[in-house]
Design a protein around this ligand. Sequence first.
Ligand code: FES
Length: 190
Amino acid sequence: MRDAPAPRLHLFVCANRREGSPLGPGCGARGDAVYDALKREVGRRGEIATTWVTKTHCLGICPRDGATVARWPAGATSAIVTEVAPADAGALLDAPAPGPDASRGARPDEPSVAEIARELDALEELQRKKVLDLARRLKPGLTLEDVQNPHDFPELDDPDWHYADGVLAGVQSVKSALSAMIRGRATRED
Ligand code: FES
């Protein structure tokens, strides 16, 4: 057994189905609809790395309307909310989830995935500007699109420019690898 990184917020949505039970049919299709709405909203907010949504079986409430959702950490609301409809997705995600950013690694000084992504964005922006500034010193008037086709401009056959462009390509590769890792995690949650 070992500790693993945890999300900032983890929602468990009941989509349990029961046939002919005195306890009722279960959250079933209503739970599916809530789950879909939450996944859409999390994607729209760009929070798939820090907010996880998982379908689950019965959470013991079995409402007549809507579905039951368990949240970790509980935050300002109860750990279990029920009669949840798809339109509640935004409110569920907005409910404060206090405590340290749980998406961090096992050590408290480790950065979260979201922090690393932000740092890489800033680094890419800075390096892209450097590449363009250097290119314009070699041939004034070049655009960002021009420098993406350096073979069209013999002036760019310069070792310093190639070095700066290589650093930019490196930053972009790390960004792609991180995005693939985040997408992989989201797929495993589905
Ligand atoms: S079936 Fe959803 S809480 Fe019981």
